[in-house]
Design a protein around this ligand. Structure first.
Ligand SMILES: [Fe+2]
Ligand SMILES: [Fe+2]
Length: 145
């Protein structure tokens, strides 16, 4: 007899999407904060990018909240952890850490959605993942990595 791999329950998937949602809220707030406090002429271009990122994180939050509602969950109104600093490069590193964490989470989340044959959700998560990868590239560039 085959041993089927256990598919993630819908409840568990909703809980994970809610964690992702909370981290999208915190990413948006963190970017707004960093764009406001970052200083120096050399940082003008990345400051503009951070503002674009903030808007994109809000869009991700809206997509996740709609998906959670679609699955009859309650979209969280809690905000995840936010990091800030008085140093430009430290802020950029905090943002990059957040993006790398998001990339890891969304790769897993795409797989979990597909396990449940929730292909529309998986597609939305793939789009979010692609944006987080672009965010990470912008930050690495600004950090000279
Ligand atoms: Fe995001
Ligand atoms: Fe992002």
């Amino acid at each position: 007899m085959d041993i089927a791999l256990e598919t993630i329950t819908l409840e568990k998937l909703i809980a994970l999407l809610n964690m992702d949602l909370e981290l999208e809220y915190s990413a948006a707030i963190q970017y707004i904060n960093h764009a406001a406090v970052m200083t120096g002429a050399a940082y003008g271009d990345i400051i503009k990018e951070l503002k674009i990122h903030a808007n994109e994180e809000v869009q991700h939050a809206m997509i996740l909240a709609d998906q959670i509602d679609y699955f009859k969950g309650s979209p969280s109104v809690n905000v995840g952890e936010i990091h800030t600093s008085q140093e430009n490069t430290e802020m950029l590193q905090q943002d990059l850490d957040g993006e790398e964490d998001a990339i890891k989470r969304y790769k897993l989340r795409v797989e979990q959605a597909e396990e449940r044959k929730e292909f529309a959700l998986a597609q939305q998560l793939r789009n979010i993942l692609a944006t987080e990868q672009e965010h990470a590239i912008d930050l690495k560039q600004a950090l000279g990595k």
